[in-house]
Design a protein around this ligand. Structure first.
Ligand code: PRT
Ligand code: ZN
Length: 287
């Protein structure tokens, strides 16, 4: 084992696995996936990858078996390990929510007083109830929380929700959001200098990949008399590139636009007389 490697723990198989390995791949890191392996060494970057159950990742990072890891914020909040949150990663988005059967006449959080709530997140739920001065009975169960009310085990549940369809099919209604969650990058505190340097290099690439995903490259032709107004619509990284077309009175403009306001910008550009608008994906974007 090479001590100069940075060791990262990823979920072996589950909701975060694919996005976690994809993130490394977008950063140009080449390695074999963890479907049949527990460990893999990247071929072109000083990174060693451990494939683990998500619940074990914070402890592995705290103990220094791994230097960094990718895990849901919900897992870290429940376990409360001594690790640092480096940055959110924008995938695995979900929320921990309290839900009650549809027939439950729920008006406020006080209606949970004295009720039995089934959850796999007893610590987070305990703090949430205490903050709201509600006393309820917490039933810790490790899976299939959503069926607890229908089998008479609980009056309410506190579980992760993304689309809401699991709650719906089990006749439950979401009534309180306990916490919002997404995948986060965690690290053991006080990394050694060589590991910190590799992490910084990886973070630089993560930022470039994220910026590339949230932006588009745009090319268009515009009549010269509208140039100044069109340029205002296209801030670009510094400012847009403007080149004359062979046809006099027209210019070609190249710029970068945010994906979020992409359609609105394109409509505004067309209204200002822009033509031949091409929009391309960006592989990497280094600001
Ligand atoms: O085997 P291992 O222990 O590694 O995996 P796991 O089964 O414990 O975890 P996994 O793969 O289910 O989830 C990993 C992480 O993904 C979680 O810790 C969350 O941070 C995140 N995540 C995002 C979710 C969801 N969305 C999610 N919807 N985790 C679980 N769910 C479940 C939820 O528990 C419920 O059963 O999906 C169901 C609800 O989904 P909707 O879409 O019907 O609302
Ligand atoms: Zn798990």
């Amino acid at each position: 084992m090479n001590n100069q490697n940075l060791k990262i723990a990823l979920q072996k198989s589950g909701r975060l696995s694919e996005s976690s390995t994809n993130l490394l791949k977008k950063c140009g890191v080449k390695f074999d996936n963890g479907t049949s392996k527990l460990r893999s060494v990247a071929r072109n970057f000083p990174l060693e990858i451990f494939f683990l159950r998500d619940d074990d990742i914070p402890q592995y990072v705290e103990d220094g078996v791994a230097d960094i890891g990718i895990v849901g914020r919900n897992i870290l909040a429940e376990e409360n390990r001594r690790v640092e949150t480096v940055r959110p990663l924008g995938f695995g988005v979900c929320r921990l929510a309290v839900a009650v059967p549809k027939a439950f006449e729920y008006e406020s959080i006080k209606d949970l007083s004295g009720k039995r709530i089934a959850t796999s997140y007893p610590n987070i739920l305990k703090d949430f109830l205490a903050e709201n001065t509600v006393e309820a009975e917490i039933h810790t169960i490790s899976g299939s929380v959503e069926i607890a009310p229908s089998i008479g085990l609980a009056d309410a549940v506190c579980d992760l929700v993304s689309s809401g369809s699991t709650l719906f099919t089990n006749g439950l209604r979401e009534v309180e959001t306990v916490m919002s969650s997404e995948a986060i990058l965690i690290a053991r505190p006080a990394l050694d200098a060589p590991q910190q340097a590799i992490l910084d290099k990886l973070l630089f690439r993560v930022k470039a990949a994220e910026a590339a995903e949230s932006n588009k490259y745009i090319l268009l032709n515009a009549p010269d008399e509208e140039l100044s107004e069109i340029i205002e619509l296209l801030p670009g990284i510094k400012s847009p590139t403007v080149m004359p077309l062979a046809q006099t009175g027209w210019s070609s403009i190249h710029s970068v636009i945010a994906e979020t306001d992409f359609w609105e910008t394109v409509e505004n550009l067309k209204n200002k007389g822009a033509e031949g608008i091409l929009v391309l994906s960006i592989d990497q974007m280094i600001k």
